[in-house]
Design a protein around this ligand. Structure first.
Ligand code: PPS
Length: 577
């Protein structure tokens, strides 16, 4: 009988009800209020219900939340570095009460669990950001989520599981912790090392994992995250098809592939510790922690959020207490003279090191450039090229933003005609005024409605982009966070070019083509952008155009030049498509 590592806290939780208790709970849901859960919330629920987050039995109440944020332990002293919370809007929080239960449903309305509410509390989000993620800076995806997506209140309480969230994809590689433990026992595996990844695997990763498994004499499981990763990452469908190719390069008897439905937070060191706890629950004895584990990239000052080996240091500190062992790894690089991969700290003087960063790799894919054999496997590159064609064959969105009267519509119309003249793509124009009539006719200019309006435009633009077209959007889009949300919708499916039409307000007001500024000054229109409603200037648009310096035709040409330099207008490739 194989002896696997104990789950965190000693017992593997299973929060799913069964038999008569399940039937009674299902009947109970008929009279309970319901909350529809987002994909990220469903990831947390799935991992709570099947025990991947053992010993947690639900969403954290205030005492656990505070203790975790401040000291990486729940109130009873269990090591737990990341808050697991259920956020709701102030309105929803106001309609609920402690002691009440609520049904949590998936997007199709299926009842997944009942939450028995023990706490309703308003978190200090800035403090959570600073303590858990290191800095209150919305360049961090989880901090951005916290401030701009998550509701104002958290609900805490135990969960009663009714049905596992449904997955239609790659079911053969999906295991609950109990199932994976069973699989390890069936295979007689006791020492098992997990490789956590959110990226496609290339030769360096295969080398690294092979060495790691040999080093600790363990079996290897490629354990990629397929819940949610960093916005802009390669989608999990493409990645899993790549892992299927890569797994064939390992000996079948010692290596396996298992998917992890985790919603990552990109929390660096704290996240690495969390990953170790989760892997322990699945029965792994070892976890590989590489360079910059779960790193979110740069902060708004251009600095890395975490040091490259901070995650290893934190996990080392708690390794004994946890029981799961870390296999720390340096970055693997290709040594030209040796024609092999080596950890970067084992390079000798005079040796030539070759490496292609993730960003450079994406650039090569996007521009249809060569990807050398020493870097990846032809079958992996081929798979990625299918879903990431060069930019000339991708769709894109040109997203104008600027004050009323800044010239957005005029430039957008000029750009429309120029793109039609160039040909190769269908072009859709989503002009501010036009959208307000056809897509958002019931909306006002309140912050909430402006956001809804922009998100609708973003949704349509992402559909056009995904299908290879060009979407030109020309709303005011006054808020940074909403523009970013649109970028996050579009970038995974094509190009996103934000154009700030930076005409000074004095000029817009002087032009006052529609007479709206005069009305706003006279108080006849309330909440007018730039007068008594804010316009948050974009900090890093792809292009900023001051229309006092350029004619509409010149401005449109600047955008065409930009699109061309980014590779979107390469007519040779377009014709070949
Ligand atoms: S937003 O904030 O992005 O949703 O605005 P948008 O949909 O682009 O709507 C812009 C047009 O609505 C007219 N309008 C106002 N603009 C700003 N503030 C207030 N309160 C307002 N009320 C009406 C205005 O004509 C905008 O058109 P453009 O083309 O930008 O001048």
């Amino acid at each position: 009988m194989t002896q696997l590592i104990e789950p965190h806290g000693g017992t593997l939780k299973n929060l799913y009800l069964s038999g008569d208790v399940l039937a009674a709970a299902q009947a109970e849901t008929r009279d309970l209020p319901s909350l529809d859960q987002t994909p990220r919330q469903l990831c947390d629920i799935e991992m709570l219900l099947d025990g991947a987050f053992s010993p947690l039995e639900g969403f954290m109440g205030q005492a656990d939340y505070d203790a975790v944020v401040e000291g990486m332990r729940t109130a009873d002293g269990t090591l737990w570095p990341v808050p697991i919370t259920l956020d709701v809007s102030a309105k929803v929080a106001g309609e609920l009460a402690v002691g009440q239960s609520v049904t949590l449903r998936d997007r199709e309305g299926v009842a997944i669990a009942i939450l028995d509410i023990s706490d309703i509390y308003r978190p200090d989000k800035a403090n959570e950001a600073a303590k858990v993620f290191g800095k209150d800076d919305i360049a961090h995806p989880a901090v951005n989520y916290l401030h701009n997506t998550a509701g104002e209140f958290y609900l805490g309480g135990k969960l009663r599981g009714l049905a596992a969230p449904t997955h239609y994809d790659f079911t053969g590689y999906r295991y609950t912790p109990a199932q994976l433990r069973g699989e390890f026992s069936r295979r007689g595996w006791q020492r098992i090392v997990a490789f956590q990844t959110r990226n496609p695997m290339h030769r360096a990763h295969v080398e690294l994992t092979r060495r790691a498994a040999q080093q600790v004499e363990a079996n290897l499981v490629i354990n990629p995250v397929v819940g949610m990763t960093k916005p802009g990452d390669i989608d999990h469908y493409s990645r899993v098809r790549c892992y299927e190719k890569v797994i064939a390069r390992y000996p079948e008897s010692s290596t396996a592939l298992a998917l992890l439905p985790l919603a990552m937070r990109m929390g660096g060191p704290r996240e690495a510790l969390w990953h170790a706890i989760i892997r322990k629950n699945y029965g792994f004895s070892h976890l590989i922690i590489g360079r910059d584990h779960a790193g979110p990239g740069k902060d708004s000052g251009g600095e890395d959020f975490y040091g490259p080996y901070d995650a290893q240091e934190l996990v080392r500190e708690f390794e004994k207490e946890l029981g799961i062992e870390m296999v720390p790894f340096q970055m693997m690089v290709y040594v030209k003279e040796r024609a092999e991969y080596r950890p970067i700290d084992q390079i000798e003087e005079g040796e030539t090191v070759l490496n292609i960063s993730g960003t450079e790799f994406r650039r090569r894919l996007q521009e249809g450039l060569d990807i050398p054999e020493w870097f990846s496997y032809p079958e992996v590159v081929q798979e990625l090229r299918k879903v990431h064609p060069p930019r000339a064959r991708q769709g894109f969105t040109v997203f104008f933003t600027g004050l009323s009267g800044s010239g957005k519509s005029t430039i957008a119309n000029a750009l429309l005609v120029k793109l039609l003249e160039i040909g190769g793509r269908r072009v859709s124009l989503l002009d501010g005024d036009h959208v307000r009539k056809r897509l958002s006719s019931e909306l006002t200019f309140s912050k909430e409605h402006r956001d809804l309006n922009i998100l609708r435009i973003g949704y349509v633009a992402s559909e056009v982009t995904q299908n290879g077209g060009a979407a030109i959007c020309a709303p005011i889009a006054p808020y940074t966070a909403t523009r970013r949300a649109v970028r996050e919708l579009v970038e995974p499916v094509g190009g996103f070019i934000e154009v700030h039409v930076a005409t000074p307000i004095e000029v817009c007001e002087e032009r006052d083509r529609k007479g709206l500024y005069a009305q706003a000054r006279a108080g006849k229109i309330k909440g007018f952008t730039g007068i008594d409603d804010p316009y948050e200037t974009p900090e890093n648009p792809e292009l900023r155009i001051d229309t006092t310096q350029y004619s509409p035709e010149q401005a449109a040409q600047l955008i065409v030049n930009k699109l061309d330099s980014l590779g979107f207008l390469d007519s040779v490739l377009q014709q070949a498509a």
